[in-house]
Ligand binder design. Structure first.
Ligand SMILES: [Zn+2]
Length: 134
């Protein structure tokens, strides 16, 4: 089962558009119902507009009405399993909570940990609902 998600992320990585960094990433996120949505990184000449594979996969799922997730797989060709960037950690936390994050390199090295280990003390909507106004 875990290997299936890695396989999906590996396939998605083939579609990565990374002409500037050469760092191709594939991701696959699984819903509680077992549906899988994939994504790849999409770079842009205006580098700040680049979107990571994790966010592409998550936003595809959210846009199709999915709201409950169990795990995400991320595949790169780095020497070590690459962790999601800060922006992705924030979005994953907000929409997925403490899901399992499976990171794997094409060389076979792998790491599986919970999101709370990657993203301790996250910012969340709770800060926005304190009822205080200036
Ligand atoms: Zn990212």
């Amino acid at each position: 089962m875990q290997n299936d998600l890695i396989a999906s992320a590996t396939d998605a990585r083939l579609h990565a558009i990374a002409p500037f960094s050469g760092f191709k990433v594939g991701a696959a996120i699984e819903t509680a119902a077992g549906r899988v949505f994939t994504g790849c990184n999409v770079e842009n000449a205006s580098l700040g507009l680049t979107v990571c594979a994790e966010r592409v996969a998550l936003l595809k799922a959210l846009s199709e009405g999915e709201r409950t997730f169990t795990r995400i797989a991320v595949v790169t060709n780095a020497d070590e399993p690459a962790t999601p960037c800060g922006a992705c950690r924030q979005l994953l936390w907000e929409y997925c909570g403490n899901i399992s994050v499976q990171m794997q390199s094409l060389n076979g090295s792998a790491l599986i940990i919970r999101l709370e280990e990657l993203f301790p003390r996250p910012f969340g909507s709770g800060y926005l609902s304190t009822g205080k106004s200036d």
